[in-house]
Design a protein around this ligand. Structure first.
Ligand code: DGJ
Length: 535
């Protein structure tokens, strides 16, 4: 009888009463022809996300987090969960805060991505429980080349690995029991793991391994041939030369996280990812200019080999300028790595990259620091932070499932305004679309956008039919290829929105709204269904 009562209480906590659909299929990532989709409730899902500030996943701060989440119209909230709160004493686990997050997310009808602030948080051990911080001998940090103490946990001590493995497994086990309907759709393991202040650990234990042989897994040709190397076996220095220190640290950190993730995966099959503190994607900088040991673009092959239980290596995008940001999307959107941007800067300039991520076949996008973090900022600051992305999500949310499917099928192309505000073209097979950015009137050119905020996304429904979604821009079509130079017309241009997968027209655009250089898109996103015909 007691067992039945506790089971019913558990179902109640999970928001399920007997007779309701109490279990859904576990979210998972599928791969096809080098493209990826995140399946939630069995269908492709695109994360229209937002991440709270680091210290906001506490009951007293959540009302402000939910205010921001509502203004963003997000479908997924990224929230940290804290090792120091979950395991205040060795082996004693407290999931009360996790359960509060689950309950409130269900009440707000949004999904969660939980961020395991465990061994690493921005390279440091600051979220380890007090009992670990008080025992640096058992849970040591990295030692620098000069014997200096580095504010970054060492990936070598077995005690640290065992503690994190046990804690993370307990979290995943709890979620398997407390969240059968999968409010949580993905989990981040650690946070921007790696080390600032030293390219690797120079402790005696680390040095002994560094002077030993490179692990066989890394010497397999499919892996080794992705990395510059000077030999196909031997010590780290013999094989990787000047890159040996950095590659050794990446392998060590990735192997540690891979073991933590694999143990968590034993308890719960939710997709797992790592977020990455990037290095400059264009200048190939040496170590010391970025967090060593993280999944930077030059060591992705090492992470993939060392941590197969991690599904996604996900770039946190704080770089500026189209050239760098678009390069990052290209580097991380790979046939072996789904593209997911778990963090970027809130505001209008970065909102445009939602379209670029979708066009890359990505699975999600999320600005970081969406709540006011107890600052009591003026409304103008909050509006500037949230409205640009919020307007996008409000437009895209009703068609999220379609967008996720079109992204998986490779049907989406996008252009985003760069710093010179110049026009860009999109190849659509029989048609070419030219996108001009700026404010527009009836033909006369108004001043360009004050900031490069313009964007255009085109979904190919058929050879001559498209969905166009954009802001701060104008789109002009012309026939190309074998039809180049032929006369053509708009068959129909309808403005509207999607509802349960169906396009609901608001009006037909014609006359001034299409004749003066093509349909224009103002400050708020517009959805147009456009059919073209050759004469
Ligand atoms: C990246 C981290 O992942 C976040 O938790 C936060 O610290 C931001 N940096 C702040 O810039």
């Amino acid at each position: 009888m007691k067992t039945m009562v506790s089971f019913l209480l558990l179902l109640l906590a999970a928001g399920n009463l007997p007779g309701q659909t109490s279990v859904t299929t576990t979210p998972r990532i599928i791969h096809q022809n080098g493209r990826h989709a995140l399946l939630v409730d069995g269908e492709p899902f695109f994360i229209l996300g937002g991440q709270a500030h680091n210290s906001s996943a506490w009951p007293g701060m959540l009302p402000e987090v939910w205010q921001a989440a509502e203004k963003l119209h997000l479908n997924t909230l990224e929230l940290p969960i804290y090792w120091e709160q979950i395991e205040p004493h060795p082996g004693q686990f407290d999931f009360s805060l996790v359960d509060t997050l689950l309950t409130q997310a269900r009440a707000h009808k949004v999904r969660l991505v939980l961020l395991w602030f465990g061994t690493w948080k921005n390279a440091s051990n600051h979220y380890m429980p007090e009992w670990m911080k008080r025992d640096p001998a058992k849970y040591p940090n990295v030692i620098g080349e000069k014997g200096d103490w580095i504010d970054s946990p060492s990936p070598f001590p077995e005690a640290t690995l065992q503690a994190d493995t046990k804690a993370f497994s307990s979290v995943m086990h709890h979620l398997a029991k407390a969240d059968p309907r999968h409010t949580v759709i993905m989990v981040q393991v650690e946070n921007e793991p790696g080390t600032w202040g030293s390219v690797r650990d120079y402790s005696p234990a680390a040095q002994k391994l560094f002077e030993g042989a490179v692990p066989a897994r890394l010497l397999e040709p499919a892996v080794l041939n992705q990395l510059p190397h000077e030999a196909s076996s031997g010590s780290w220095r013999e094989v990787f030369g000047k890159n040996a220190d950095e590659y050794f640290h990446a392998w060590s950190v990735a192997s540690y996280i891979g073991k933590v993730a694999a143990a968590g995966r034993q308890e719960n099959a939710l997709p797992l990812y790592i977020n990455v503190a990037l290095r400059d994607p264009l200048s190939n900088p040496g170590p010391g200019n970025y967090e060593s040991g993280g999944a930077t673009d030059n060591v992705l092959a090492i992470y993939k080999a060392a941590a197969p239980a991690i599904d996604i290596l996900a770039p946190d995008i704080y770089l500026s300028g189209n050239e760098k940001v678009l390069k990052v999307l290209e580097l991380y959107g790979r046939s072996d790595n789904p593209l997911f941007v778990p963090e970027t800067i809130p505001g209008a300039v970065y909102a445009k990259y939602i379209y670029a991520v979708l066009a890359h076949g990505g699975i999600g996008f999320s600005p970081c620091g969406i709540d006011d973090n107890g600052r009591d900022s003026p409304d103008s600051v909050i509006t500037a932070r949230l409205t640009p992305v919020g307007e996008e999500y409000r437009t895209l949310a009703p068609m999220m499932r379609e967008l996720a499917k079109w992204a998986f099928e490779g049907k989406i192309t996008a252009v985003v305004e760069d710093e010179n505000h110049g026009p860009q073209t999109i190849d659509l097979g029989n048609w070419q679309a030219t996108v001009n950015f700026g404010g527009f009137g009836r033909g006369e050119g108004l001043p360009p956008n004050a900031q490069p905020v313009g964007k255009m996304m085109i979904i190919r429904l058929s050879e001559d039919k498209f969905i166009a979604i954009g802001t701060h821009s104008r789109i002009t079509f012309k026939p190309t290829g074998k039809s180049s130079g032929r006369p053509w017309q708009y068959l129909k241009v309808e403005e509207g929105h999607f509802e349960n997968g169906i396009f609901k027209p608001l009006r037909i655009l014609n006359g001034d709204e299409t004749d003066w250089g093509g349909p224009y898109f103002g400050n708020k996103p517009r959805v147009l269904e456009i059919s073209l015909v050759l004469r």
